[in-house]
Design a protein. Structure first.
Length: 235
């Protein structure tokens, strides 16, 4: 698993796509930080994290995950992976953690914004940590979904578009879940309220059940991705 993780993470930094993603992430968050904090003269950084979750992740995650599995299929290197000593679970975990680590590296730019605010203001430490953790968990859940969708096709374009569509659908479902009268549909919508479940973290409240929820989402889609690989191995 570690070999897969190291290879995939290295690939982000030896290909232009990794630097393009970092440039997009840094430019977007920098603009939001300037508008939300510098121009408004406020030390509340929640607006930056809200912008990341509501807008940036819809573009960042599909591009980040679209080639994780689909590119292996396109180049036929998935057959080499499946016949290697590494188990399908190890392959999937290695790819997931590489994408998640890259995302975490990009998200660390917000620490610099927090330090800037601490020099010129008095930001809430618990609020910053809560927002950071919430954005980290939401990103992890969406990355696991993107990884699964990437395993279903050999086209990076289809993987990226389908991941964008699912993230958009998840965002809409979370917003309308509370207004649905049908208990079945409401339960489904609330289960996929990935963005809305992070609200407790935003106020510095760390609920164990919410943490378990995000870990469960990741586990479910990693499990489904492993099943896809195992089906390919035995076919």
């Amino acid at each position: 698993m570690f070999a897969i993780f190291k290879r995939e993470l290295k690939n982000y930094f030896i290909s232009p796509i990794g630097y393009v993603l970092l440039a997009i992430f840094f430019a977007f968050t920098g603009i939001i930080f300037f508008i939300n904090n510098i121009l408004s003269n406020t030390s509340e950084i929640a607006g930056v994290f809200n912008a990341i979750m509501s807008t940036l992740l819809m573009i960042f995650v599909p591009i980040l995950t679209m080639k994780l599995m689909s590119d292996e299929k396109r180049q036929k290197t998935d057959q080499l992976l499946l016949t290697s000593p590494v188990s399908p679970t190890g392959i999937v975990l290695g790819k997931f953690f590489s994408a998640f680590a890259f995302y975490a590296i990009a998200l660390c730019i917000t620490v610099i914004y927090g330090l800037i605010l601490s020099v010129y203001g008095e930001p809430s430490f618990s609020s910053f940590v809560g927002n950071f953790v919430a954005t980290l968990f939401v990103g992890g859940a969406l990355i696991s979904i993107g990884l699964f969708l990437s395993s279903l096709t050999e086209s990076q374009m289809i993987a990226g578009i389908s991941t964008f569509a699912v993230i958009l659908a998840v965002s809409i479902l979370g917003n309308i879940g509370s207004s649905l009268t049908n208990p079945v549909f409401a339960a489904i919508a609330n289960f996929f309220a990935i963005f809305q479940r992070a609200n407790e973290f935003l106020y510095g409240v760390f609920n164990v059940s919410t943490i378990i929820y995000y870990i469960s989402i990741v586990a479910i889609f990693i499990f489904l991705t492993v099943r896809v690989l195992e089906k390919k191995r035995w076919s």
